[in-house]
Design a protein around this ligand. Structure first.
Ligand code: ZN
Length: 160
């Protein structure tokens, strides 16, 4: 069957950046499963999946606009270390949870200079072109329960 809204898709992938560095691969994590049409994978990849079937293999480059968005300078803040909980133990590359009103946001410690800490709230893959190499393993129709829950059950999916 062809992938359309309500299909459960199992696929292998390798994700690389513009320098052909591997960002992520199902070789380590195992094949990925998702419910098509629910925005569970990046927009550009979901579009490329539409109409394909098990056994199909393809390569696609996805622009930041169709992936994790452009890099937004407004999401970068420089904060004195003593204003951050656990500030004395910070290291570059660490991820912190910041609360913004009642919203929780993950920020990355992108730079530490003296007692000034640069926090970046952009997604780590924001602003990047994503190069996917995909092989579709399985396509099946979602069960009524999966459609109701909006996610995949069984191997690789949720247990509830
Ligand atoms: Zn469920």
């Amino acid at each position: 069957m062809k992938i359309s809204k309500g299909s459960v898709v199992l696929f292998d992938y390798t994700l690389t950046d513009d320098d052909k560095e591997i960002i992520d691969s199902s070789k380590e994590e195992g094949a990925l499963t998702y419910l098509h049409g629910e925005g569970q994978i990046v927009k550009g990849l979901e579009k490329a999946m539409e109409g394909r079937k098990a056994g199909d293999a393809f390569k696609i480059t996805i622009s930041p606009e169709e992936a994790y968005g452009i890099h937004d300078p407004a999401k970068i803040a420089v904060v004195p270390a003593d204003q951050i909980e656990g500030g004395e133990e910070l290291e570059e590359g660490m991820q912190l949870e910041a609360s913004h009103g009642d919203e929780e946001q993950v920020v990355v410690v992108s730079k530490i200079e003296g007692d000034q800490v640069t926090l970046d709230g952009n997604h780590p893959l924001a602003g990047m072109n994503l190069h996917f190499e995909v092989t579709i393993r399985e396509v099946r129709a979602a069960t009524t329960e999966e459609i109701e829950h909006g996610h995949v059950h069984g191997p690789g999916g949720h247990a509830h």
